[in-house]
Design a protein around this ligand. Sequence first.
Ligand code: ADP
Length: 547
Amino acid sequence: PVNPRSGEVPVVPQGISRDDFLQALEELKQELGGENVEVNDKPLRDGWYMEHPNTHDMMTILDEEEFVAGAVVYPGSTEDVVKIVKWANRWLVPVFPISMGRNLGYGGAAPRVRGSVTIDLGRRMNKILDINPQDYTCLVEPGVSFYGLYEELGKRGLREHMWVDTPDLGGGSIIGNTVDRGVGYTPYGDHWACHSGLEVVLPTGEVIRTGMGALTEGGENTWGVFPYGFGPYSDGIFSQSNFGIVTKMGMTLMPNPGGHEGFMYTFPNEEDLGPLMEIIRPLRIATILENVAQLRHVTQSIAASGLPKSKFYSGTGTIPPDLIHAAAAQTPVGDHTWAYYGMSYGPPHIRAHKLALIDSEFRKIPGCRKIDPSTLPEDEYFWSRDRIASGTPDIHELRWVNWAPNGAHIAFSPVSPIRGPDATKLFQLGKRIHERYGIDFMPAFCVGLREMHLIVEIVFDRDDAEEKGRALGCLRDMVDEAAREGYGEYRTHLVLMDQVAGTYGWNDGALGRFNERLKDALDPNGILAPGRCGIWGRRYRGRGWEM
Ligand code: ADP
């Protein structure tokens, strides 16, 4: 949809007058070139995933005008980024960096503070600066997407040599996803753990390099192969924060393991979840289960067909389980409650050993079925998981957004140990709260190594305020109730950042105060992404900005 603007445009950020804001933007045009500064005074176009807006959250759960940019600027180099932050400090304008802005479900391209000037790094800073086939590393700028790197490996004839680890949707930025600590599904799925060395523009305009890139001369030589450099390891403070703008990042790539084989098992009952987790944990920690594995609930499998809910159910409230199971029975996979998607790597004789172990363990769950992939049609969701877990970007995952008309989604993503009682408790908690709000429950457990993220995506109609209100209520209750049981989010949407940061309140909020001290030291004017991850600079604190 294209939404006409309500209220005065452009939205002027707090702390500066309209005239000064427009004058400041004119000044920035002088520095960057007029074509690289765009005032956001047009109707808000939602587009779709591959043609997403950079002015707002195309999947907003609030009014679209809430998290909206006042202007968007396009730096072409690290020097341009320095000019922009110096400008922001002169005029006290909040700026919000994005790499590509495809952070769907967590806020998309939107800034946390209304009227911020979005720094769209990806549009012009999109070079792959290095691919090293000997070391299996690369060095990228913010505009390099998982698709982009995959294509470049193809062009250089390196796709058989090394793989890109890609998240569920491959159109996002490698840097954007990594600094937000997103995950993928090969053994290199923990993107943050796989990165090596950053170049960062600090909020006051200094440029630093971390890790080996910090060497006075020749840092490029070992930038991608050793992440730590010398002295305190500072990279962590530039992830899920607002302490700096990442302009370059080293990333490690996975060698082609010499073969791979996707596999799928289904399990009949909701109650199988607990015993299944007890089976998965030792196999995963021993890396017999080698990749970030997914255990998905059947409601999500049905939604992943891409058909709207109305095809299955015309009543109100949540879809009755018997209808979901009837629909599942019609699919090539058949009726079940849980589906496990995994991948085994290596040549056939190596795989055979691991797959046999997995098979004998999984079959301890009564009614377990192994699905033969050769029976599945090409557009079955299984093949999307198969591609992603073997280094090929994909966007099939978007299909379940069709569940609701004008579908959008937002995630609840707590961390849990891989234990039966925890999985069951979290599942019951989510189910109970979804029922409270009349929302279909679509959980997926993503098993990292020693922990799992439960990812619950709520699909809602972005044009239905009442439905959005229920979705937000459901999320807020889940965050609070899960936190009381010892489960915290690994990542969250802009709208929930203050709440989630509040759940990490041990010792009277000591970590939050520590973050504020860093913020004030690094960003004395509080211009960089105020409020991101619940961190507010001095100028904003105690003024009612938290939500
Ligand atoms: P993607 O396009 O990969 O989904 P985004 O560009 O939307 O990722 O980035 C996700 C979030 O991470 C952004 O909203 C922003 O807050 C932060 N971020 C992204 N890129 C950078 C960067 N280069 N420097 C600092 N923060 C960033």
